[in-house]
Design a protein around this ligand. Sequence first.
Ligand code: NAG
Ligand code: NAG
Ligand code: NAG
Ligand code: NAG
Ligand code: NAG
Length: 410
Amino acid sequence: MGILTQISILVLLFEANVLGQDFDLDPDTEPPLVKLPTFSYSVDSGLYYGQYVQYPYECASECFCPPSYPFAMHCDNRNLKIIPNVPHHIRHLYLQFNSIEAVSESSFVNATSLTEINLSHNKIKSSAVDQGVFAKMKNLLKLHLEYNNLENVPAPLPSTLQRLSLGFNQISKLTADAMQNLLNLTMLDLCNNKLTDSAFKGKILLRMKSLMQINLCNNKMKSMPSDLPASLMQLSLENNLISSIPVEYFKKTPNLMSLRVSYNKLQEVPYKVFNLSSLMELNLGHNKLTKAFFIPRSLEHLYLDHNEFVDLNVSLMCPSVDYATPNLLTYIRIDQNKLKDQLNNFVYTCFPRIQNIYYGEQKVVQHYIAPPVYEPVLPRFSEIVPLVPASDPVLVEKEYTYTYTESWYN
Ligand SMILES: *[C@@H]1O[C@H](CO)[C@@H](O)[C@H](O)[C@H]1NC(C)=O
Ligand SMILES: *[C@@H]1O[C@H](CO)[C@@H](O)[C@H](O)[C@H]1NC(C)=O
Ligand SMILES: *[C@@H]1O[C@H](CO)[C@@H](O)[C@H](O)[C@H]1NC(C)=O
Ligand SMILES: *[C@@H]1O[C@H](CO)[C@@H](O)[C@H](O)[C@H]1NC(C)=O
Ligand SMILES: *[C@@H]1O[C@H](CO)[C@@H](O)[C@H](O)[C@H]1NC(C)=O
């Protein structure tokens, strides 16, 4: 038995060649094997006997399973309406770009080896997903369900899951039972759904103790999601309706490296809110910010474009200079604000790594008092036509953009 085990490892190396050959398949032999093919092997002669191979190659007729890697079943782009029966040995199942409407248990009765399913770009509705169909897959690591018509997370999900993509659906709520056992989930993508603040009630996210990345862009959230797990490193919240960040918000996520809150409604952020020791990327573009805030040492890229800054007070961003452990900021984007001048040169002292400050175009607002408009009043008996102001003087606000030229930099 020990020899056979060693041999099957050897056989692994030849797998591609061996599977490429034409072996006679006997339909009456034992059910397909889960693991790699095993071979009867004569130790004495040192030869393979091809006719004894228990060949695992079973594939749905609609799909393609590459001979060189028969554990993948490719069924994408085939105009399928129904998921074919998935053989026992299949680990990777590709069904993207079809017209599949339902996920029924009957397709998966034998499919216990699946580690990855791609069902993106289909027409799946929540009501047509069999209850618990995914939870039965005890080896599933990745599940792609983006670009469907789901209204709910297809709960329950297997606790083995590591990556879950649910973008571009119609999901408006998350339920505790859908999310509670996902202890190994590292990536959760829920961008382009209909999530509101109430979706995150009940410490739903807090339970995902391995979560490193959560994407919540293009939803309808008005505030920052509550109760994020401490493991989080990337938080993506672009294009929501968020208007504030609570002072202590990031205390629970000290490992955050990347924060994207562009295209929201932020007018102000608490001065020290981003004092995080690992933060490298901060994108606050397309908001209504006017006031500078503390920049942590670790930050490398700062995006403040399309805001309302009239100036960016570098002393506020950098209240003290530590020459021993300098700040790591290399890039600031600050175009499409209302800057009247370039940043104070102190910026190069405090952020010695700065390579580029992108000023681009600035919106300049000019105020002036428009003269009143005079209109002639028709005289009755007088020959002199008096001019009477028809309106009071008005304060006019005129906005135009101004591009800073190179000479600005020196
Ligand atoms: C499951 O496997 C058994 C045994 O190989 C087979 O008879 C049956 O048709 C399979 N069912 C499906 C739905 O593939
Ligand atoms: C799954 O399908 C999407 C298309 O929506 C594609 O971008 C992705 O690469 C696929 N994943 C794999 C592993 O093939
Ligand atoms: C979660 O991951 C750990 C470490 O990789 C692993 O030991 C454990 O079996 C996983 N849990 C589940 C339910 O898959
Ligand atoms: C930032 O946090 C560190 C460590 O938590 C602390 O020592 C430092 O004083 C804080 N800086 C500011 C400006 O609050
Ligand atoms: C920048 O902020 C500091 C600290 O609040 C303040 O003393 C200083 O006047 C500000 N500078 C400008 C140009 O507003």
